[in-house]
Write a protein that binds this ligand. Structure first.
Ligand code: PLP
Length: 449
């Protein structure tokens, strides 16, 4: 097939998060192959992937050992469910592995196939928990503006993206949002430390407004990813943790992006010292080679949920054997190649150093990263943090220049997002910086800076 044939066939495809009318008009870019940290399109162009697919291909593309494990599992037991008192070796082995690598309160794990359904499941668990505890009024879940927790009706309600709410009449009742800890954009003259505490105080204010007896849980990504790599000040999470304890809220850490090494720690919760009741995992758990999500459930919650009732919830593909086998191999690679340590000791600090050089660029207001999760925020006037109007156009221009130059970097509003495979070397970071500099120069020219 040729590019135009694929594009013609693809006109029947409703793409996620896309203006499909426009896309069908211009034609999709057809990605045909990937190896290491590079992609190839159907025209033979080679692209450096600074986004690891969608924040997920942590071990890089083209891992033969993962393909071999999947092939073997497909032959031995391609599918079986975990309903009705059955299990199978991959799901059993992965469960023990996850319990051993997560904080001590987690001795329980539930499986789904995506981050969205995992968060949906957590909401069901939270409600069941409080109902079983005979506190049925405790229903409202608090999350944050610009948080992203997925696309199902419940996950999008948890999320704080207005553009995802508007046409679907969301959020559903029982989901409310507080401000995000976005110091560069909203901190004004406060120090990051002060601002972190102020944003945590917004949680307490909201609980008091609603009545603690009505509030069930708080959910947050340790670092907000899709919202623009919003890294909270270090004062934020300890204060949130304390407020959750004080008002008896369950705490949910959405580790879908931060988990499995992205921050140079196995989990973002480790970096901030978060002790949660639930951890949502997806993406990096299989490096995207197969769909899988896992929810770590604390003993406090599991002891109540496992109190002699049926937990009437599950998916045909909960604990899919091929996905679980792939996850085990993926974790083996992360460990054996010490990829998390490499991000922590070597490539994370090197990315920080190189990103800081961009602060001399007229377009760049702030750079930020923890490990290999980073953002480059583009502003109209860096002296007073003035944003471009309309917000988002400049990020799109820069993203398109990146593409033309052979670099995949996504933009949220006017922040360029960085989330490469954890296999990136310093050399890959140098290549990335060279292309980014070029794209920024071209963008600056386009917007008259
Ligand atoms: N939670 C977070 C923090 C995410 O970033 C995402 C996806 O980007 C999700 C949940 C939803 O995961 P999925 O797209 O697998 O449903």
């Amino acid at each position: 097939n040729s590019t135009t044939e694929w594009q013609a066939q693809d006109r029947h495809h409703i793409h996620p998060f896309s203006d499909n009318a426009q896309l069908h008009e211009i034609g999709s870019r057809v990605i045909t192959k990937a190896e290491g940290t590079h992609l190839w399109d159907s025209e033979g162009n080679r692209l450096l992937d600074a986004f690891a697919g969608l924040w997920c291909v942590n071990v890089g593309y083209g891992r033969k050992s993962i393909a071999d494990v999947a092939y073997k599992q497909l032959q031995e037991l391609p599918y079986y469910n975990t309903f009705f008192k059955t299990t199978h070796p991959p799901v059993a082995e992965l469960s023990k592995l996850l319990v051993d690598m997560t904080p001590k309160q987690f001795n329980n794990v539930f499986y789904g196939q995506s981050g969205s359904d995992a968060n949906d499941t957590i909401v069901r668990m939270v409600r069941s928990y409080w109902n079983l505890k005979k506190q049925p009024k405790k229903k409202t879940i608090i999350s944050r503006t610009n948080g992203y927790h997925g696309s199902t009706m419940v996950a999008a309600s948890l999320g704080g993206m207005n553009y995802m709410h508007e046409l679907a009449d969301l959020p559903l009742p029982g989901f409310v949002h507080i401000r995000q800890p976005y110091w560069y954009g909203e901190g004004g003259s406060s120090t990051p430390e002060e601002f972190g505490k102020l944003c945590a105080k917004a949680l307490e204010d909201k609980i008091l407004e609603l009545g603690a007896e009505n509030v069930a849980a708080f959910i947050g990504e340790p670092i907000q990813g899709a919202g623009g790599v919003i890294i909270p000040p270090m004062t934020y999470w300890p204060a949130i943790q304390e407020i959750c304890k004080k008002y008896d809220l369950l705490l949910i850490a959405d580790e879908v992006i931060c988990g499995f090494g992205r921050t140079g720690h196995w989990f973002g919760s480790e970096y901030f010292g978060i002790e949660s009741d639930f951890m949502t995992m997806a993406k990096g758990i299989t490096s995207g080679y197969m769909p899988l999500s896992a929810i770590m459930v604390s003993d406090r919650v599991a002891d109540v949920l496992n109190s002699g009732i049926d937990f009437s919830h599950g998916y045909t593909y909960s604990g899919h054997p091929v996905s679980c086998a792939v996850a085990i191999e993926n974790i083996r690679i992360l460990r054996e190649e010490k990829l998390v340590e490499r991000v922590h000791d070597e490539t994370g600090p090197y990315l920080t150093k190189r990103l800081w050089e961009l602060l001399d660029h007229p377009l760049v207001g702030e750079v930020r990263n923890v490990g290999l999760m980073g953002g480059i925020e583009l502003v109209k006037d860096k002296n007073n943090r003035k944003t471009f109007q309309p917000v988002g156009d400049t990020g799109t221009i820069c993203r398109d220049h990146c593409f033309r130059l052979g670099l995949v970097m996504r933009a949220t509003r006017d922040t360029m997002l960085i989330s490469p495979s954890l296999t990136w070397t310093k050399g890959d970071i140098d290549d990335f910086m060279k292309l980014t500099q070029e794209a920024l120069d071209l963008t600056a020219k386009d917007v008259g800076l």
